[in-house]
Design a protein around this ligand. Sequence first.
Ligand code: F6P
Length: 341
Amino acid sequence: MRVGLLTGGGDCPGLNAAIRAVVKHGEGTYGHSIVGFRNGWRGVVEGDVLPLGRQHIRNVLPVGGTILGTARYHPNAEDGGIEAVMATLEAERIEALICIGGDGTLHAASKVAEAGVKIVAIPKTIDNDVSGTDLSIGFHTAVNIATEAIDRIHTTAESHNRVMVVEVMGRHAGWIAINAGIAGGAELVLTPEDPFDIDQVIKFLKHRHRAHANFSIVVVAEGAEPRRGGSMDFTTQLGRFGEIVAGAVGDRLAHEIAERTGFDTRVTILGHVQRGGSPTPTDRILGSRFGVAAIDAVVEGRTGVMTALRGEEVVLVPLAEVAGKPKRVPPDLIRAAQVLA
Ligand code: F6P
């Protein structure tokens, strides 16, 4: 059997673990041929293939990024895109396609599955906002990186008596902000799920600095926005694929805090640092488990499904049920960050 494989959307640590598992298990256990497509769905549309054998996946487990390359490209949003996908898959005699991606890639995958292609998806995104799975590949590493950054910012904040605003990724959900904020002991965590009241933020900081502290750490997710009708007028700007201009909310928030409190304030935008470098063991293991489960699903003839972690188990969930529905941080987790301020 010839099985296609692609990685789409933003890269993240742990993708190569999944690619390696697909190749090792697909070829080694079942004798399938794995055909990689370069640069996500764009490679499928353009017929840009890369045969993937054991020699290509040697030593990739600790390596960040994706050996296949990736792109933000959705064939369902392009004229003739789905037809071009079908033509390439037929020319390459691909019988099933494994798509590793976040929400945009998975939405495209569900459209291609509707057109009759056998699809098994694997969720990845440092934002951890894919529905139906407890964890997506890349999130654990990103939280580690953000936590380490907050730890480092802590010591310089305290030495200089400063307010430090730390902007982390998370367009539609504040999973990194909340988890790294709790782990790093941030004073305030602002997320897209819970629009913030700038007057409350200022009141809190003034009280804290008057009462018992000389510094504060404010973690803000890039998709966080002030409450409508409040005294801060700011709306997030999204690009064509829903990507955010990094730094906008962090810069603006730091400016508002400095202006309204008079406290010495600095901003750190973590940006793509969170998506780079070597994956944690958790992401290597998750990518490996998802890769094995995806090949097993292909062999069982399953289609239109996504591998998902539910508790301790990897299961398959219908792609149509999860694509296009961002998974939000639950209120109890947001509350934990708030009460620990
Ligand atoms: O992959 C998710 C993500 O990292 C978001 O958190 C961020 O808004 C976006 O990608 C950045 O996209 P790009 O790498 O295209 O600038």
